[in-house]
Write a protein that binds this ligand. Structure first.
Ligand code: AKB
Length: 315
């Protein structure tokens, strides 16, 4: 990675990824793009920031050519809950946006990263120790676009030689930019509400476990995978990765270690319940460890302490 174009740069991952890439590769070598400008998001003040609709192929190609990038990190996509509300829009953005990105990468010989997700799994997938290679068959539009995306990225690698790479992200937790429309968003909102109100109403039912990860580990994983020795990568486009796995009671208990008065009640959202219950409880991440030394620094309690400290300081 020397000069990097990022789509969806104002999203939950992009906003922090840009800061880290600036530090490592230099601001002049980072080109953040997004479909909109978000008031207050620092990334919009980046000297190379450009407005880009990933469905506009000509504009996509033009911005990549103008900045002579050698890497494309394609983040623009709708998350699971919002994709379930607008399935055809999700199909357009998640699939056509991805194909456009892959075509730009193919034409300009760029290294390519795009995230898949735990959403690529479905109710028939083994729930515990979910293998790297296993039955997927997701039952959400988000999941369908993620499985198709994994396969497309494999196809562009084997058929056209594009250096495609990717991970299956779990729910990502961050104090910087809130997520927009995911099933795992509760695990972020709980910290904001703990700081603001001392209590939280959870929309995911008790007992439903999902894999999660703290954002610094997620950002580091992208960089490590993109810098990894290509000859060691067997799976390339859909490595299971995770930092922890918990159900709502466990994150609440972790918060109570710092804020003993914290209270949680439930008002379950049936759509989110259906999606969450169709995803794994805890994935096997051994392929990522073996092929490119993936590791996560944060467990649940370490993340909780950091989240609460950072959000308290932001008040
Ligand atoms: C979502 O909940 O949609 C995302 C994901 C796990 O892909 N956070």
């Amino acid at each position: 990675m020397k000069k990097i174009l990022i789509t969806g740069a104002l999203g939950q991952i992009g906003s922090e990824l840009v800061v880290k890439l600036n530090e490592i590769y230099g601001k002049e070598n980072v080109v953040p793009t997004d479909i909109r400008v978000v008031e207050g998001n620092e990334v919009c003040n980046h000297p190379n920031f450009a407005i880009l609709d990933v469905l506009d192929m000509d504009a996509f190609m033009a911005v990549a050519k103008k900045h002579e990038v050698d890497t494309l990190i394609h983040m623009a996509a709708l998350l699971s809950a919002v994709a379930e509300e607008k399935p055809l829009v999700a199909w357009d953005i998640n699939m056509q946006g991805l194909i456009n990105g892959l075509e730009v990468a193919r034409a300009l010989e760029l290294q390519f990263f795009t995230p898949s997700s735990i959403g690529a799994f479905g109710p028939d997938t083994p729930k515990v120790g979910t293998p790297q290679d296993t039955i997927q068959r997701p039952t959400t539009m988000y999941g369908i676009t993620k499985v198709a995306g994994e396969l497309l990225c494999d196809y562009y690698h084997t058929r056209f030689g594009v250096d495609t790479r990717g991970v299956r992200f779990p729910g990502l937790i961050s104090y910087v930019t809130p997520p927009g429309g995911g099933t795992t968003d509760y695990a972020v909102q709980i910290y904001y509400d703990a700081i603001k109100y001392g209590k939280y109403v959870c929309n995911i039912p008790q007992g439903v476990k999902m894999d999660m990860m703290y954002m610094p580990d997620a950002i580091q994983a992208i960089i490590d995978l993109m810098e990894a020795d290509a000859s060691k990568l067997v799976h390339r486009n859909a490595f299971n990765i995770s930092g922890m796995s918990f159900e709502p009671e466990e994150i609440a208990a972790s918060i109570r270690k710092v804020m003993p008065e914290f209270e949680m009640t439930y008002d379950v959202n049936p759509t989110l319940e259906r999606i969450a219950k169709s995803w794994p409880d805890e994935m096997d991440i051994s392929a990522a460890k073996e092929e490119w030394n993936f590791k996560a620094e944060y467990d649940l309690d370490k993340m909780t302490v950091d989240m609460l400290e950072k959000l308290e300081a932001k008040k």
